[in-house]
Design a protein around this ligand. Sequence first.
Ligand SMILES: [Zn+2]
Length: 324
Amino acid sequence: MKFSLDISEAKSYVAEILGPHKTYKLERTFLDPVKTTRKKHHYNLGDGVFEASEAGDRRYFVVRNGRSYPMHECDLFDSLKLGKKYGLTFGEIRAKHGTMKTTATILDAANTIIEEKGLREREQRIQQRVKEQRKEQRKRRRTKAATSQCRDIFNGSDAAVTRLYLGALEKKKPWGPIAAALFRAQKSSTRAEDYRGNSVDQAYDRKADVIKRLCLLLPELETDLGIGWGWGEDALESYAPHVLYIDLPNGQVSFHSTKRFEGPEYPGEWDGKHASKGRILALCDAIMQNRQCPVCGGVPPEGRVYCDSECFKMRCCERANRKT
Ligand SMILES: [Zn+2]
């Protein structure tokens, strides 16, 4: 049985809805009227879901056995969304709807199929599995971050592991925060050296950001930790002529920068060794593994507590002073 529909002629259409559409939201077939009389289009509609537009007013309805039932737009779109999530076609939902009570909505039809096929449980099982896999992965990363040598983290490309590592390092006060900032500065420095061409500017901008943050951190820690630092110039380097020097307990480290940020003039000179990276990584390792020299915070040789006889002597003096 057909449902007969008359709509006014001006700017109007009737379309059957076939399913979702990537660009236009709905895949539609525009129908031809069977007859056009004075200012009226006349349609004969079989079972289906339809959209009718009359003078800019759009409405949705479903036709079953020659009768039409209004349909909420959100009901229609929610059923399409459910269909997409659970892999149901609109035809399937529509067919199910045809077998249900006339009061049932198209969304009820979609939900009924999902119930009957146990799709929700299956989806939950999949999600549960994904959740467990993610948890497992997080655990692996945390273990890796906690047990790796700094060089492996530095050379590795797993950003999540690096974040976890630096987070753990920052918690090891008082040296952790400065070591993490140095790690970041060295990483951006190594990156900037690796880049060529246009991206070199970007890399140096990133490096400048990291160095700026380092310069904000240094004044807080220089007196507590006895870190000497400051800015110098490198006349041979025209692109990044400013140099930030920092005296760590295990030696001097330095970074070239395109900009000069807050900080004093560096009183010393470059030590002539390209040793920044090695020193920073060694300091990070010592902090993470709780084997910093108790006197200077530096990096003692393997199996030793103090850096050298100087630190050991100072420790003895400290003890002696405390006794008197
Ligand atoms: Zn020491």
